[in-house]
Ligand binder design. Structure first.
Ligand code: NAD
Length: 433
């Protein structure tokens, strides 16, 4: 492995961050729409945090919920977040009240008829999102930007229900949305230049780091995350325990390993009682009400200080389901198994033109997923490792599962050389795949 100096990595990260704002395809003179009033649908985990970004920046927000209790709860969380910051001396009490005054809670979508931008943050369900966009098409004023915060759904399918797909875009905030810097701006097939340019400018105004990406399952960040998470699950079937995988990921530099992250997010995302999914270990944990940190147990047990403790119960479930005895695997082997598929997936994303440039992938992972800064991002790190070594591992992993066959560009680079951070995509393409 070639180790770059910390100075080189820092310089690269700064350049990558600056490049992400550039969208050459937009050209000069694209009009920006004025965003003076924002609507947010859903006051849950994401809707509340998203609203805070705008209220903090001095922009009025109307938040719509279905029921008074949900609205009350959501606004209560926002207030206590602001209050905590004021109590720490970050701003005066008057600022808490000023920000809260900018938030207007409502129970009908009709209240959004004067908003310049509307961001939907309801449950991750395509039918529900399509139903909401269909209503917004009737309610929103002409020229309003209609955005979805979906984590992984097809935004073209959402835009299809409206008569104004040029105004539909993905604004993918990360949790907690008032804290996390990253914003994936997802350009759908028909999104207009004006809407993209306005969204990029707005991202700056609310102090985010934006990257422009295309529509594909999970977009850039989550698509690459899935690759890592799936490998963690596969390792369970080889007898590698969750805490061993996490230890290797922590040693690599991630604060959150695969299973620590799952426990934090909640194991019950995409699960419902009695359901058998393609992840029987997760299903079994959920059936025992081990749904992650929120139930004080998941893959791990948690002590009173919320410290994760390896769990015998989880170890027994894994053994019962996999039939495999726990085994030792070196940190290096675990790291290759989890990280190289992320690089391979990133190369496929570049081949599909779902991102503008390789360094944008690094910006996403540095700012949205805690990629260790000394390793520059997945693409920068790939150049430290070299294509040959990554290909060797991917040939092994791809032999078991076609989803992990090596990307054509990876094969090409292993044979002919070239740098990952110089893979030329020719820009983002938004045609449907
Ligand atoms: P959540 O369950 O915390 O909140 C969803 C809220 O939407 C609930 O309060 C619900 O009452 C409300 N709602 C449902 N239907 C509604 C309707 N018709 N009108 C008004 N309100 C309605 O969910 P969340 O975690 O905030 O996720 C919201 C969206 O954000 C999802 O698409 C999710 O995939 C995406 N997302 C989530 C995260 C995350 O880490 N939680 C990160 C990025 C994106």
């Amino acid at each position: 492995m070639t180790l770059p100096s910390q100075e080189n990595v820092t310089q690269y990260i700064a350049q990558a961050g600056a490049a992400a704002w550039q969208v050459p395809q937009l050209g000069e003179g694209i009009q920006r729409r004025s965003i003076l009033k924002v609507g947010v649908i859903g006051a849950g985990t994401m809707g509340g945090g998203i609203s805070m970004n705008f209220a903090t920046a001095g922009i009025d927000v109307t938040i719509v919920e279905q029921k008074p209790e949900a609205l009350h709860r959501g606004l209560g969380v926002v207030r206590s977040n602001y209050q905590r910051s004021a109590d720490k001396g970050r701003f005066p009490q008057t600022e808490v009240e000023a920000r809260m005054r900018r938030l207007n809670g409502q129970l009908s979508l009709k209240a959004l008829n004067d908003c310049d931008l509307i961001i939907e943050a309801v449950f991750e369900n395509m039918d529900l999102k399509r139903q909401i966009f269909s209503s917004l098409d009737e309610i929103a004023k002409p020229g309003a930007i209609l955005a979805t915060n979906t984590s992984a759904l097809d935004i073209d399918e959402i835009a299809d229900v409206t008569k104004r797909p040029q105004d539909v875009i993905g604004l993918h905030f990360f949790s907690p949305a008032n804290v996390m810097k990253l914003l994936e701006i997802v350009r759908a097939e028909k999104t207009s230049d004006e809407v993209v340019a306005t969204s990029m400018d707005l991202a700056k105004k609310i102090n985010k780091i934006a990257t422009l990406v295309g529509v594909c399952p999970g977009f850039v960040g989550n698509r690459i995350l899935f690759a890592r998470q799936v490998q963690g699950q596969k390792l369970l079937y080889k007898g590698v325990m969750p805490w061993d995988t996490d230890k290797a990921m922590n040693a690599f530099g991630f604060k959150m390993g695969n299973f620590q992250m799952s426990d934090l997010a909640g194991l019950d995302i995409g699960w419902s009682k009695g359901e058998k999914t393609d992840n029987p270990i997760r299903d079994a944990l959920c059936e025992m009400d081990r749904r992650g940190q929120k139930t004080k147990s998941g893959y791990y047990d948690y002590d009173a200080a919320r410290r994760p403790i390896p769990s015998d119960i989880t170890a027994n479930i894994i053994k019962d389901i996999t039939g495999v005895e726990p085994t030792h695997m070196s940190h290096d082997q675990i790291t290759e198994t989890c990280i190289f598929p992320m690089i391979n997936e990133a190369v496929k994303i570049l081949e599909e033109n779902k991102v503008q440039r390789p360094s944008d992938i690094d910006v996403v992972w540095l700012n949205g997923y805690g990629w260790p800064a000394d390793k520059g991002g997945p693409m920068y790190y790939a150049d430290m490792i070299g294509a040959k070594e990554i290909l060797k591992k991917m040939e092994e992993l791809g032999a078991d599962d076609p989803a992990y066959t090596p990307a054509a560009t990876l094969r090409h680079m292993a044979k002919n050389g070239g740098k990952f951070i110089e893979i030329d995509t020719g820009g983002l393409k938004t045609t449907r795949s």
